[in-house]
Ligand binder design. Structure first.
Ligand code: SAM
Length: 196
C-alpha cells in the first residue's frame, strides 16, 4: 500500500492519537534535521515516529555508531518502522509515557536530542506535561527538543518546562506546521533566595 494511503487509513481509524491526516512533508523533515547537531555515538529519541518519515531523515544524517530510539503506539506504523531494518534504530511499540522505565531497561540514562510529533494539543494537559517532562529529564544539557505542531496552542507546556521556545513556521506541509525548538540550559538556573 502507498505510504500516504496507509497513513490516511491509520489516521481515520485513530485520529485521537495520530492527530493529522498526512505524514510530514519532505520540507518539514528537512527543517527538523537542520535543527540538530549530528555527532558520533549520540542517542536521539523520537516520539510518535509514525510510519518513519522523519525517522529516515534522521537516520540519513546520523553517524554509524549513533542510536535512534523511536516510540510509536500504533502497531501498523511499528511494522513500517521495523521494515527500515537499520541496526541503529530501536522501535519501541509503547506509549512514550513509559519512557523512564523503557530507557532504563535499554540502559540509557541521557539522550542528546529529542524529536517529537506526538499531537500533545489533543492530550489531557497532565499526560502531555508528564511526557515532555520525562523527555526533559533525560535530555543532556544543551540538548534540543524539536516538536512538530500545527498551532501554537501547546506552546505554554514547553514554556513551563524549558523556559523559552523558538518557533519556525513551515508552510509547505499539510497542514502548515510549526516547529517548536527548545534547548535545555547548559547551566542550571540560579536558585533564588527564598527569604531575605
Ligand atoms: C502527527 S503523527 C506523526 C507521525 C510521523 N512522525 C510524521 O511526522 O508523519 C503522531 C504520531 O504519534 C503517535 N503517538 C500518539 N501518542 C503517542 C504516545 N503516547 N506514545 C507514542 N506514540 C504516540 C501516533 O500513533 C502517530 O503515529
Amino acid at each position: 500500500m502507498k505510504k500516504t494511503k496507509l497513513f490516511l487509513d491509520q489516521s481515520l481509524k485513530n485520529l485521537m492519537t495520530v492527530g493529522t491526516f498526512t505524514r510530514s512533508s519532505s520540507f518539514l523533515c528537512k527543517e527538523i534535521v537542520r535543527q540538530i547537531e549530528f555527532t558520533p555515538g549520540q542517542v536521539i529519541l523520537e516520539l510518535g515516529a509514525g510510519d518513519g518519515v522523519i525517522t529516515k531523515y534522521l537516520l540519513d544524517k546520523m553517524a554509524p555508531d549513533a542510536r535512534l530510539i523511536a516510540f510509536e503506539v500504533n502497531p501498523v506504523f511499528c511494522e513500517e518502522l521495523r521494515r527500515l531494518e537499520d541496526h541503529r534504530l530501536t522501535v519501541v511499540d509503547q506509549d512514550a509515557a513509559r519512557m523512564h522505565e523503557i530507557l532504563a531497561a535499554l540502559n540509557i540514562s541521557t539522550v542528546q536530542h529529542v524529536v517529537s510529533a506526538i499531537p500533545f494539543v489533543i492530550f489531557p494537559e497532565t499526560v502531555a506535561l508528564h511526557i515532555i517532562q520525562a523527555a526533559f529529564d533525560h535530555l543532556e544539557p544543551s540538548g534540543k527538543f524539536v516538536q512538530v505542531h500545527y498551532s501554537l496552542l501547546a506552546k505554554k507546556l514547553y514554556d513551563k518546562i524549558f523556559g523559552s521556545v523558538r518557533i519556525r513556521f513551515v508552510p509547505f506541509n499539510i497542514p502548515p506546521a510549526f516547529l517548536l525548538i527548545m534547548q535545555k540550559a547548559s547551566v542550571p538556573a540560579p536558585v533564588q533566595a527564598l527569604a531575605q
